[in-house]
Design a protein around this ligand. Structure first.
Ligand code: ZN
Ligand code: ZN
Length: 264
């Protein structure tokens, strides 16, 4: 099994990072992809990957990073990401994308949206330059993300923590360079929710597993800190929804993640 999206550089692991990684490998996780979400996180991600053979890194700037920077600062940040991208343990650019969900009562401004779009495009260009796939973070911005990635048929994309609707999913399925990954939040859903239909609709060969730890802890550990070992609950839920064996989910999603990330 591969946890294709973890944030083990998070300070919540400062006391027991090594033990957390050991627990993951002991419970059947073969590789962990640690995701960069800002510059410091991307640097930490590369450092962690250098430290552990079976931990790999992505580097990138999450859309919310750009809310507070002007154009020249964004350019500078992207240059830093380009420098990191050449490290041999870097397997993708991400998480990058668009996030229009607002954490306060002020909704996102048109300027902020433009800034996010420009920065997303600039980082896709880095992925193209280094021939790396892209990990997309998308919240409340599916159509705008689609409009951008449509222009890059030669780049491979995965929508992490996928939450798109059925109709949008079908649109993405018609592109042959798009994959989907699911987190523990699918264990929260009641069986009548749309996400079940979406999981059923997506061929297993286009699905990857992730925890997004320390966030989105799956049931039965919901409410506690998440960790890569819990990716088995996501595996189990997908097996249940698709009515196939958990082994099959492991086998196929592991193969897909290795191919997507060019891992041996
Ligand atoms: Zn994300
Ligand atoms: Zn994440």
């Amino acid at each position: 099994m591969i946890d294709s999206h973890a944030h083990l550089d998070d300070r919540q692991y400062d006391q027991d990072r090594e033990a957390t990684i050991a627990r993951a490998f002991a419970s059947g996780v073969e590789k962990i992809i640690n995701i960069g979400a800002d510059l410091a996180g991307s640097i930490a991600s590369v450092e962690l990957a250098i430290q552990y053979d079976n931990v790999f890194a992505t580097v990138g700037l999450h859309p919310n990073v750009f809310d507070e920077f002007d154009e020249s600062q964004v350019q500078e940040l992207c240059n830093e990401i380009r420098n990191l991208a050449s490290n041999e343990k870097v397997v993708a650019i991400g998480e990058i994308g668009l996030d229009y969900y607002s954490h306060d009562e002020n909704s996102i401004t048109p300027e902020q949206k433009e800034n996010q779009k420009k920065s997303f495009v600039a980082q896709i260009e880095i992925a193209r330059e280094f021939n790396l796939p892209v990990v997309i973070h998308c919240r409340d911005a599916y159509e705008d993300v689609y409009e951008i990635i449509e222009k890059y048929p030669e780049v491979s994309f995965v929508f992490h923590c996928y939450g798109g609707g059925l109709e949008f999913t079908q649109k993405l399925l018609s592109m042959n360079n798009v994959w989907f990954s699911f987190t523990g939040n699918i264990t929260y859903a009641k069986s009548d929710l749309e996400v079940f239909g979406v999981v059923k609709e997506i061929p297993l060969e286009r699905i990857m597993l992730e925890t997004d730890c320390p966030y989105l802890t799956p049931v039965p550990h919901r409410g506690k800190r998440n960790e890569p070992a819990y990716v088995t609950y996501v595996q189990g839920k997908i097996a249940e929804i698709k009515q196939i064996s958990a082994n099959k989910v492991d086998e196929v999603t592991t193969r897909t993640a290795k191919k997507f990330l060019s891992l041996a």
